[in-house]
Ligand binder design. Structure first.
Ligand code: DGL
Length: 281
């Protein structure tokens, strides 16, 4: 197969990574995507780093075996726990994680360097956002908060229910957030409720709070990387996108289409039953 025609591998614990796929497709329409959502193991956000690492190694091995030209870790929880073993499974395939682009974006907007971060428990407990922000802006004040109820609400398709706004309010009314000028959505599911989060700030804060998510920053990061490595598919016809999940039910089909705003085929592919996958430790 022509080198530049190969797909970009994108994965997440579930469907949240589709928010990144949407940005990739908008920015790089000639590229095709091979998506893997590990719905059988969702949520990653309340599992230990060791367990998450064992799941994502298998996915990386699958994507590498499919010959992808880049791997996008479209999950903050997975991005927070990447280790050398993960990179060695990816061999020489370039890897894009979603935390660095989100931090760069937040620092572009945050004039007062007072930044809030929300994400899953595992992401927040890793303090990866705090560390990465302080590396670039040592005087920044960073307030991190785990917001574990948001992913199940979104995966259930309940983002428009009134109680979703109550959950958002319960989390964001934390006094630690009182002086932030920027909030990072440290989970790839959260762009689905970005409008609700913005309207919470508009209604309750006297000054503007910029809400930042990693979708477009990560897609730009990927575009630059592919360009630098001469991997952009500029000439060849693009291949069809493929979307796999480790577990499938009719709800996923419905929700997945609403994440991407288009209807598409979602297929079940269990990596556990494939012979070449390392068994879970
Ligand atoms: N979308 C994933 C993230 O960005 C989290 C969802 C989960 O807990 O599995 O962290």
């Amino acid at each position: 197969m022509h080198q530049l025609n190969r797909a970009i591998g994108v994965f997440d614990s579930g469907l949240g990574g589709l928010t990144i796929v949407k940005a990739i497709k908008e920015l790089l329409p000639k590229e095709s995507v091979l998506y893997y959502g590990d719905t059988a193991h969702l949520p990653y956000g309340d599992k230990s780093p060791e367990v998450v690492r064992s799941y994502i190694r298998r996915i990386a091995r699958f994507l590498a075996s499919e010959g992808v030209k880049a791997i996008v870790v479209a999950c903050n929880t997975a991005s927070a726990v990447l280790d050398e073993e993960f990179y060695s499974v990816c061999q020489n395939i370039p890897v894009v994680e979603v935390i660095t682009p989100a931090v760069q974006e937040a620092l572009r907007y945050s004039a007062r360097r007072n930044i809030g971060v929300i994400g899953t428990k595992t992401t927040i407990q890793s303090h990866i956002y705090l560390k990465k922000i302080l590396e670039k802006a040592p005087n920044a004040l960073v307030v991190e908060k785990a917001t574990p109820l948001l992913v199940p609400l979104i995966e259930e398709g309940w983002q428009n229910q009134p109680f979703c706004s109550h959950v958002i309010e319960a989390y964001l009314s934390d006094t630690g957030f009182r002086h932030i000028d920027t909030l990072i959505l440290g989970c790839t599911h959260y762009p689905v409720i970005q409008k609700e989060i913005e309207s919470y700030f508009a209604q309750n804060f006297e000054f503007q709070v910029k809400v930042v998510n990693s979708s477009y920053p990560a897609a730009y990061y990927l575009a630059n990387l592919l360009e630098e490595q001469h991997l952009l598919n500029s000439d060849s016809a693009s291949l069809p996108d493929r979307f796999y999940v480790s577990d499938l039910n009719t709800n996923f089909l419905h929700i997945a289409s609403s994440f991407l705003d288009v209807h598409f085929q979602l297929e079940k592919l269990s990596l556990e039953t494939a012979g070449w996958i390392e068994p879970l430790k």
